[in-house]
Design a protein around this ligand. Structure first.
Ligand code: KIV
Length: 254
C-alpha cells in the first residue's frame, strides 16, 4: 500500500485527518508545507477557478491541467484528483479516466456515488489505483436534483447513505467523503465505517477528518460562501486593499 495512504489510515480515530482543495502550484505548495494530509484537486475548480455555476461543466482536460500543477508542488501530502462528470459512466471508462489522472501525477482519485458506483470503484481499485469515495450530497447531481440540499434528513435517506457507504467500502476505497449530510447521520456512519470518513458540511467532530474548499477557508471567493464554511482569513478583502493602495500610489511621468 502507498506509504502516504497507510499513514492516513493509521490516524483514523486517533488524530483528525486534514484535506484541503488546491488547484494551482503555489496554493498546493503552501498547503503541503503546512502539513495537510491530503490535497484534493476537486472539480469544485469549475466554480472557484473557472467561473462556472456548478461542477457539471468540468472536463477531464481541466483536471489534468490543474492536477499536474498540484502534483508538481506536493511532496508529503497525498494528491487526490476528482473524476469529472461523465468520465466514469461505465466501469471501463472509469478505469481509463483514473489511469489518465494517475499518469498525470495523481496518487488517488475521487468519484461521486455509492451503490450505483460500486463496480466502477472496484474496477479502479483492482487496477491498483486508490479511490476516495464521495457520498451524501453529490454536486455533480445538482441539475438532476434542482439545487443543493442537506442529505439524510429522513430515515429512508439516512439508510440510503449508509448503504452507499457500505458499497464504497465493499468496493475497496480507502476513504469516503460525506458531504452536507445530517450531522447525526455522518456520526453514525463514521462509527460503523471501517475506512477513513472525511466530512464537509457534515458537522464538527462527526467524521475522522474534514475537507474544505480552500477558497471557503481563506475567504478568497466572496461571491458564494456555503453556510457551513468557517473562514479563517479574508483574502478577498486583502487583495482589494492591496490593489486599491497600489492604484493610489501610481503617478504620471513628470
Ligand atoms: O470538488 C470538491 O472540491 C469536492 C469537495 C467539496 C469534497 O468534492
Amino acid at each position: 500500500m502507498n506509504e502516504k495512504i497507510a499513514n492516513i489510515i493509521s490516524k483514523k480515530g486517533k488524530q483528525p485527518i486534514s484535506e484541503l482543495t488546491a488547484y494551482d502550484y503555489p496554493t498546493a505548495r503552501l498547503l503541503d508545507e503546512a502539513g495537510v494530509d491530503m490535497i484534493l484537486v476537486g472539480d469544485s475548480l469549475g466554480m472557484v477557478m473557472l467561473g462556472y455555476p456548478d461542477t457539471t461543466h468540468v472536463k477531464l482536460e481541466h483536471m489534468l491541467h490543474h492536477g499536474a500543477a498540484v502534483a508538481r508542488a506536493a511532496k508529503n501530502a497525498l494528491v487526490i484528483v476528482d473524476m469529472p462528470i461523465h468520465t466514469y459512466d461505465t466501469p471501463a471508462q472509469a478505469l481509463e479516466t483514473a489511469r489518465a489522472l494517475m499518469e498525470m501525477g495523481a496518487e488517488a482519485v475521487k468519484l461521486e456515488g455509492g451503490v450505483d458506483k460500486e463496480e466502477h470503484i472496484r474496477t479502479i481499485v483492482q487496477a491498483g489505483i486508490p479511490v476516495q469515495g464521495h457520498i451524501g450530497l453529490l454536486p455533480q447531481k445538482v441539475k438532476d436534483e434542482g439545487g443543493f440540499r442537506m442529505k439524510g434528513k429522513t430515515e429512508e435517506e439516512a439508510a440510503a447513505i449508509m448503504r452507499d457507504m457500505e458499497a464504497v467500502v465493499r468496493a475497496g476505497a480507502f476513504s469516503v467523503v460525506i458531504e452536507c449530510t445530517k450531522h447525526s447521520v455522518a456520526a453514525a456512519i463514521t462509527q460503523t465505517c471501517p475506512i477513513v470518513t472525511i466530512g464537509i458540511g457534515a458537522g464538527l467532530g462527526t467524521c475522522d477528518g474534514e475537507v474544505s474548499v480552500i477558497h471557503d477557508l481563506v475567504g478568497s471567493y466572496p461571491w458564494f460562501v456555503p453556510g457551513f464554511a468557517r473562514p479563517k482569513a479574508n483574502v478577498a478583502a486583502e487583495i482589494t486593499r492591496a490593489v486599491t493602495e497600489w492604484k493610489q500610489q501610481l503617478t504620471l511621468p513628470r
